[in-house]
Design a protein around this ligand. Structure first.
Ligand code: NIG
Ligand code: FE
Length: 413
């Protein structure tokens, strides 16, 4: 049970009179992409949605007077909470100098090859205490919650040695335990090759030392790898992810971001939950992912920040989007990711909303209705200071989120 829902809670939370209540994707035979209710209401009890429908119908069974909390959403849109399925939100230090260098023409990969980028953050993270790391993450989780994110995936990968990778996962665990946002922890020892180390030797260390220690510590749920030029080859990535599977960690892969080197194929072969970035993916890659049931995760903020071409969402079935919040992509807002998905990548507002909710839940292997407001789903919803969900991508540079309900409790307003 969630610590932010009152213990012994026996009543319910009611959100009513919503101008535009987005329940989630519509049934396959519906002409509409989304199931939306004008004048809708939603009831959450024991953390789960127990009723959704027209306000008059719902309040007959669940009157506002009997609710523990009743939120009047008249004139406002209500959507599922955002699920952000790809972040590197735990870090230390500052890389604003690299923002300026990139604007002067240096590439991400040149900066990384010169010991900057991920490797700069690694030095800062190794120097930070576990408490400082957890405090940094808490600050970011606070901001993400204010932007409407109710579930977020967070990766390690700025330690690149066993001790620091474990400390990162500990920091994720302790920040998550004290925060209303649900955090999905991912081990990413194979995020970069540490300076002065041979890549194959480092992969040996990830497989033989880091993974057993991470599995023993028991915090991480997924194992991810940066499969790209200047990072890990397809063969090295496969080795890491297969070793992760043996240790009970579900694979994820950074694939075809800068170069198309076979990451999608590896992701499909190992049964990854998601393959992410995919800027250089082909239809062949998309087909392989679809056939293997791997959720494609597109990260428009990263392409935007790098001035690169966006991924092509039309290649993929049911893609998710994520913020990819990290020191190279300093954007914590899923609403902004949705704006870029529409304006930059050409997605419809409907598709962007599904990508940021239900499809994003698939990318972190949640199949309990997360990312929708169907009966049985987690009671995580957003009340927007806007009359329709379209305002999520339509209003950019600020947040439309007025109230956040997590497991039935108001956690932000
Ligand atoms: O997903 N591409 C690799 N990893 C991150 C960037 C991490 C960093 O630059 O610190 C990403 O964009
Ligand atoms: Fe990433």
């Amino acid at each position: 049970t969630d610590p932010f829902v009152e213990p012994g809670h026996t009543g319910y939370t009611l959100v009513y009179d919503a101008a535009d209540l987005v329940v989630g994707p519509a049934d396959a035979d519906s002409p509409n992409r989304l199931r939306r209710i004008e004048g809708g209401a939603l009831v959450v009890a024991d953390g789960r949605v127990v009723a959704v429908g027209d306000t008059a119908d719902v309040t007959r069974e669940y009157p506002a007077e009997n609710a523990d909390t009743a939120v009047d959403a008249s004139g406002k849109a209500v959507t599922p909470g955002f699920v952000d399925p790809h972040t590197h939100a735990l870090f230390a230090g500052d890389r604003s100098d690299e923002f300026a260098r990139k604007l002067r023409g240096e590439s991400y990969q040149e900066i990384l090859a010169g010991g900057g980028g991920i490797l700069k953050t690694v030095r800062a993270v190794r120097d930070a205490s576990t408490e400082e790391l957890a405090a940094n993450l808490t600050e970011h989780l606070d901001r993400m919650l204010a932007f409407g994110t109710t579930t977020v995936e967070v990766k390690s990968g700025y330690g690149l040695d066993t001790e620091t990778e474990l400390r990162m996962l500990d920091a994720i665990d302790s920040a998550a335990g004290a925060h209303p946002v649900d955090v999905v922890p991912t081990f990413m020892g194979a995020h970069a090759v540490p300076e002065g180390t041979d890549a194959d030797d480092y992969v040996d260390a990830v497989v033989e030392e880091q993974l057993p220690a991470v599995a023993e510590q028991g915090v991480a749920e997924f194992c991810d790898v940066f499969c790209d030029e200047g990072a890990f080859t397809a063969a090295q990535s496969r080795r890491v992810l297969e070793a992760g599977v043996e240790r009970g960690l579900t694979p994820k892969i950074h694939a075809e971001e800068f170069a198309r080197i076979g990451g999608s194929e590896v992701g499909a072969d190992v049964g990854a939950a998601s393959a992410d970035h995919l800027l250089n993916a082909t239809d062949e890659d998309a087909a392989a992912l679809a056939e293997a049931g791997v959720t494609p995760v597109l990260l428009p903020g990263t392409a935007f920040g790098l001035g690169a071409d966006y991924a092509d969402p039309s290649l993929f079935d049911e893609p998710a989007i994520a913020s990819d919040f990290n020191p190279n992509c300093y954007a914590r807002s899923m609403g902004f990711a949705a704006t870029l998905a529409c304006v930059g990548m050409g997605m419809t507002p409907e598709d962007a909303l599904v990508a940021a909710t239900r499809n994003a839940a698939r990318a972190v292997d949640r199949d309990d209705g997360l990312g929708t407001l169907q009966p049985g789903a987690p009671g995580d919803c957003l009340v927007l200071d806007a009359p329709s969900f379209v305002h999520v991508p339509y209003e950019f540079g600020e947040s439309t989120v007025e109230t956040v309900v997590k497991n039935g409790g108001v956690v932000y307003e």
